[in-house]
Design a protein around this ligand. Sequence first.
Ligand SMILES: C[S@@+](CC[C@H](N)C(=O)[O-])C[C@H]1O[C@@H](n2cnc3c(N)ncnc32)[C@H](O)[C@@H]1O
Length: 252
Amino acid sequence: MTASPAAPWRATVLTLFPEMFPGPLGVSLAGRALTGGIWSLEARDIRASATDKHRSVDDTPAGGGPGMVLRADVLAAAIDAADVAPERPRLLMSPRGRPLTQAAVRDLAAGPGPLIVCGRFEGIDQRVIDARELIEVSIGDYVLSGGEIAALVLIDACVRLLPGVMGKLESGTDESFSDGLLEYPQYTRPQLFEGRTIPDVLTSGDHAKVAAWRRSQSEALTQARRPDLWAEWQTREQSRTGQKAPKSTTDG
Ligand SMILES: C[S@@+](CC[C@H](N)C(=O)[O-])C[C@H]1O[C@@H](n2cnc3c(N)ncnc32)[C@H](O)[C@@H]1O
């Protein structure tokens, strides 16, 4: 294992449900890394910053409409009380946010670790987003009931990239999105499963042929399933090599 950095990566989560943390991050790779001090987690209850006798955190939307909105004053007080260092990114999990990508995850994992605000209800008052300069981040084009699961996704994606978390360094570099392509298909024993065999090239012992096969599979899969990534990858390859990027090896 690589030594953990002197200042461990840190996630500070503001939520109405701190009991949801570490949740699934307390087991397996992330859990061992948490116990081992490679990263740390602080889940802070937004409600602790409520000031009225009912400890209310939400109110009806200005202008009318269904649902409730998380109050700016309560959330701002919760953010301020967390007292995070200015160099730490301040994120708000939000379906309106910029999509979370592996490149963004890599950047976050390379930094000191974010403050993450989890919304609930219809969302949070825009003024606190503006006043505390929260960066909105989405984990996909669908709506969850709260930001906690989205925060768990983001943290998990970052933590597995921290030095010492994955067993082999290659595990983080040779997988989907690491070079802009989807991962090739994986196989393991038994050699024969319900009449299906492992492709011969993978048991040939010829490392160059294996690498070429995997590359062509990655390209074909990306082209078929994610034309958006395929187009981006081709453009990048073109500027990297100065030549027109190759078509997929499966192209006619
Ligand atoms: C019910 S949602 C609010 C949705 C909001 N009314 C809208 O239409 O954009 C409550 C909270 O869940 C979180 N959330 C929901 N979907 C998300 C997504 N795709 N990515 C990140 N966070 C999400 C956000 O924190 C959001 O404030």
